[in-house]
Design a protein around this ligand. Structure first.
Ligand SMILES: Cc1ncc(COP(=O)(O)O)c(C=O)c1O
Length: 390
């Protein structure tokens, strides 16, 4: 058997379907978090999830450097083997404070968090019936993989959710949603979900990955913005996006977290985050809990960019979040526009094709940060008009 041929045939198939992923080499080596080097040229980055440029915040960087000097670079193993350290305990208390919960639990990424926690819940309550939004992230889908008791409901559709939940006879139920959906920027209808969960006695698992740091008075996400934290049983987040570091977490009650700690494989069997990352995350989370400057500046830029795109009749998905999907609706065209922007116009926006989004809804997913300038926004709009009207 020629295994190499098996793999290369697979790649050919993926290429034929226009879903072969190619990655540009974008080095964020400049002082500015939004200007990167591509083939020795400066390019402006318009698709980063480092939404508030915290990865280059000097206090956050210094926290990491100090932690390296004190602790070295690695954690030395799983927490089972190497134990906790005071930094990770501090971070777990901090995320609990951020979401007004009893305790936090930190994982090595947001993806691992969803995958491990959801599969742990299924293990702890095998009969639990899951109601999952059809647009939930791949990490959630993976976490729910081994459950036989699950259904999806139409995206952000509380009517469909209630239709499904009211006819369900299971004693245990959980609703799994995101607060800000990363590919269309829709914000969930949390108030209604909370009412449905109460009415039918279901738990709520809320992924706030694209909302923490950005929404709510202290950056606690949509649940904080709507003052609904106490109604959500498990709030999940990441340090990898608005907080500019890496790692994921949940915050919840002591009982829920104690149970999950006993079974979550991605927690038990994987090396824990290095102290330098934990220290940087502590600095970033605590900074954004006390400062609204960054998120307000980002939101202002998002509004300016959205209104300029709309004025130029560019096809964007209307939403109330910071994510701006510019619809191309063609895989080849989306890839080409992304390439021309990068090679000829010094603009980096990764195109989003199937399977990340459904076929026919290919797009450019634009994110404006707090540090983009009005001149940069004008330049981006001008180049998009030029390319999209061709
Ligand atoms: C909704 C959602 N949840 C979870 C994740 C995974 O988070 P992380 O990047 O920290 O692994 C992502 C990543 O983009 C996401 O979009």
């Amino acid at each position: 058997m020629n295994y190499d041929f098996v793999f290369s045939s697979f790649v050919e198939q993926v290429k034929a379907e226009n879903r072969y992923r190619e990655f540009s080499t974008i080095d964020k080596i400049n002082n500015s978090p939004i200007i990167a080097k591509y083939k020795n040229k400066d390019v402006i980055v318009w698709c980063s999830n480092d939404y508030l440029c915290m990865s280059k915040n000097s206090h956050v960087k210094n926290a990491a450097i100090n932690a390296i000097n004190n602790y070295g670079t690695g954690s030395g193993g799983t927490r089972n083997i190497s134990g906790n350290n005071s930094l990770v305990e501090e971070l777990e208390c901090l995320v609990a404070k951020l979401h007004k919960k009893e305790i936090g639990m930190v994982f090595s990424s947001g993806f691992i968090t969803n995958q491990s926690v959801l599969s742990a819940i299924i293990k702890i309550i095998p009969s639990i019936f899951i109601f999952s939004d059809e647009c939930n992230h791949a990490s959630i889908i993976d976490g729910l993989k081994f459950s036989k008791n699950k259904t999806t409901f139409k995206h952000n559709d509380c009517f469909d959710l209630e239709e499904k939940i009211k006819n369900n006879k299971s004693e245990h139920k959980i609703i799994v949603i995101e607060s800000v959906y990363s590919m269309n920027g829709n914000i969930c209808d949390l108030k209604n979900v909370v009412e449905i969960a109460k009415k039918y006695n279901a738990l709520i698992y809320l992924d706030e990955v694209h909302a923490v740091g950005l929404y709510g008075k202290n950056g606690g996400g949509i649940s904080q913005e709507l003052n609904l934290e106490s109604e959500i049983d498990i709030i999940q987040g990441t340090f990898g996006k608005a907080f500019g570091c890496i790692g994921g977490y949940i915050s919840s009650s002591k009982n829920i977290i104690s149970a999950i700690k006993s079974v979550a494989k991605g927690f038990i069997f994987s090396t824990s985050l290095p102290p330098m990352v934990v220290a940087a995350s502590i600095k970033s989370v605590s900074h954004l809990m006390n400062s609204e400057v960054e998120r307000n500046a980002m939101k202002k830029n998002v509004e300016i960019l959205k209104s300029k795109l709309k004025a130029c009749k560019i096809d964007i998905i209307e939403n109330k979040s910071h994510i701006i999907p510019v619809m191309i609706r063609d895989a080849v065209k989306a890839k080409l526009i992304s390439k021309v922007l990068l090679e000829d116009h010094g603009i980096y926006i990764q195109h989003i094709n199937y399977p990340t989004v459904p076929k026919g809804t290919e797009r450019l997913r634009i994110t404006a940060t707090n540090l983009h300038t009005t001149d940069m926004i004008d330049d981006l709009v001008e180049k998009l008009v030029l390319l999209l009207k061709q």
